[in-house]
Design a protein around this ligand. Structure first.
Ligand SMILES: [Ca+2]
Ligand SMILES: [Ca+2]
Length: 195
């Protein structure tokens, strides 16, 4: 079965774990995604949590886990991991957060705002890896919107590797379907409630 482009199977399971530690409270929400892409950025699960630091300050955290192990060097041209955010419940993406690699092999995240078609730099996010299948992001809530109490989000990945016959990529241009894509959820968004 071809596994290129948009995935077919929707498999979202809400685990809903409440964690308490000291003054910080985090509501963890986690979803699973089907084994529905051929690349090494085939999303297996994606999660959100938040830590309230004071009355107004809040840190948002997102984790993405793939089915397969992947190397730090696989993030780069033609290969990406991105989170899209809908901050006003209109079904449209207003923010995107993408992983970028530093020359020393470390990562950072860059957030852009799409304001009625005008794309503006919004800020940097912390990005790190807990293990060889995952990547995590943390950033202040105000980077999405000050005082936000819930938002929709969706993870997307694009992967190509000249040794992978399903997703060889198109370094010289051509058909974008030679890349492998994955989405979690497969359509629409999931909601992270910040209460
Ligand atoms: Ca998947
Ligand atoms: Ca998927």
């Amino acid at each position: 079965m071809s596994r290129k482009s948009v995935g077919w199977h929707v498999a979202c399971i809400v685990l809903g774990v409440l964690m308490t530690s000291g003054v910080a409270v985090a509501d963890d929400i986690s979803f699973t995604d089907a084994d529905d892409s051929s690349g090494r950025f085939d999303i297996a699960s994606y999660a959100a949590s938040h830590i309230e630091e004071s009355g107004v300050k809040m840190t948002l955290k997102h984790d993405v886990v793939m089915y397969d192990e992947w190397a730090d060097t696989e993030v780069g041209p033609g290969n990406g991991i991105r989170i899209s955010f809908d901050v006003n419940d209109d079904g449209i993406t207003e923010r995107t957060l993408s992983v970028r690699g530093n020359s020393d092999g470390s990562f950072y995240g860059v957030m852009f705002a799409n304001n009625k078609g005008k794309v503006e730099f919004r800020g940097y996010a912390r990005v790190w890896r807990e293990d060889s299948r995952s990547v995590s992001f943390a950033f202040p809530r105000r980077m999405l919107r000050r005082g936000l109490d819930s938002y929709g989000w969706r993870v997307s990945t694009v992967y190509s590797d000249s040794d992978n016959e399903d997703c060889p990529g198109n370094p010289s241009g051509g058909d974008v379907t030679e890349h492998c894509f994955d989405y979690g959820p497969d359509s629409g968004t999931v909601t992270h409630v910040l209460k």
